[in-house]
Design a protein around this ligand. Structure first.
Ligand SMILES: *Cc1c(COP(=O)(O)O)cnc(C)c1O
Length: 231
C-alpha cells in the first residue's frame, strides 16, 4: 500500500488528466466527479480519499465493503460497482448508499423489496453492456427501455443514471463507441420517459479521457490513485 503523500501525488496527476480532458471537450471540470475505487486495498485507502476531500468510494464486493465500513470511522458514501448476486442483495442494501451495478430485473425487484424493508430509498444506476462484451455484466441496450420503465415504478428505488465498463481493447475507438452509446441511450431514455438521468458513470484509469469526451459525469479510478491491486 502506498503512503499518503504518494496518494496525494497520484491524485494531482489524475486531476490534471481530468482537467485536460474537460478542457479539450469544453466541459467545466465541476461536471465530472471522481470516485476513488478502494477495492482490494486496506481501509487506509478510504482514509486517504476522505482526508483529501473526496466524498465517496467504490467497492466491488459486499462482504469486503461491509467489513471495511464496520472498521472505518470516516464519513463517506459507499458505492457498489461490482456484480451483485441476488442472494446478497439484502446485505448490499444495508451496506451501500448507491448500487451502480444493477444488471438484472430480478436484482432490481429484490433491491426494491429490501430497500422497502430497511426503510430507505436506494439510489441505483443501471449497468449497460454497451460494448457488447461477452465478459461483462450489464443489460443489453435493447433491454434498457423496458427495464427502466419497470424501475421507474419501483417506489423504493431512485434511478440516478447509467453505468458501463468499456471492453478492453487496444483500439481506443472501441471504448469511445461504448461510452458514446451509453450517453445516447441516456438521452433517449430521459427524453422518452421525461425524467432526468443525470449520472453517467463511465471511465477508469485507462480510458477516462475517452469517457469524459463522451459525456461521463463520474469516473471510477483505482490503479491511477492507489497503484496496482494485489489480489
Ligand atoms: C476496478 C474497477 C474500476 C477501477 O479500475 P482501474 O482501472 O483500477 O481504475 C472501475 N470500475 C469498476 C466497475 C471496477 O471494477
Amino acid at each position: 500500500m502506498i503512503n499518503y503523500p504518494e496518494f496525494k501525488e497520484n491524485l494531482s496527476v489524475v486531476r490534471a488528466r481530468v482537467a485536460r480532458a474537460c478542457k479539450v471537450s469544453g466541459r467545466p471540470e465541476s461536471t465530472v466527479s471522481l470516485l476513488p475505487v478502494t477495492k482490494n486495498h486496506p481501509v487506509e485507502a478510504i482514509d486517504y480519499a476522505v482526508r483529501s476531500g473526496l466524498k465517496a468510494v467504490g467497492e466491488n464486493r459486499v462482504q469486503e465493503a461491509s467489513d471495511k465500513r464496520g472498521s472505518c470511522t470516516d464519513k463517506v458514501r459507499w458505492e457498489l460497482i461490482g456484480h451483485l448476486q441476488s442472494n446478497k442483495a439484502q446485505d448490499a442494501v444495508a451496506t451501500f448508499d448507491r448500487i451502480q451495478s444493477v444488471d438484472s430485473l430480478k436484482l432490481l425487484r429484490r433491491l426494491d423489496r429490501f430497500a422497502s424493508e430497511q426503510g430507505k430509498k436506494l439510489a441505483i444506476l443501471l449497468q449497460c453492456n454497451t460494448g457488447k462484451d461477452p465478459n461483462k455484466y450489464g443489460f443489453a441496450e435493447e433491454e434498457l427501455p423496458s427495464v427502466f420503465e419497470a424501475a421507474l415504478k419501483m417506489p423504493n428505488l431512485q434511478v440516478d443514471g447509467l453505468m458501463t465498463i468499456a471492453p478492453l481493447d487496444n483500439d481506443p475507438q472501441v471504448a469511445g463507441a461504448a461510452f458514446n452509446s451509453l450517453r445516447e441511450l441516456r438521452d433517449t431514455l430521459s427524453e422518452r420517459f421525461a425524467v432526468p438521468l443525470p449520472e453517467l458513470s463511465m471511465g477508469m484509469t485507462g480510458d477516462l479521457e475517452l469517457a469524459i469526451a463522451a459525456g461521463s459525469t463520474q469516473i471510477r479510478v483505482g490503479t491511477a490513485l492507489y497503484g496496482e491491486r494485489s489480489y
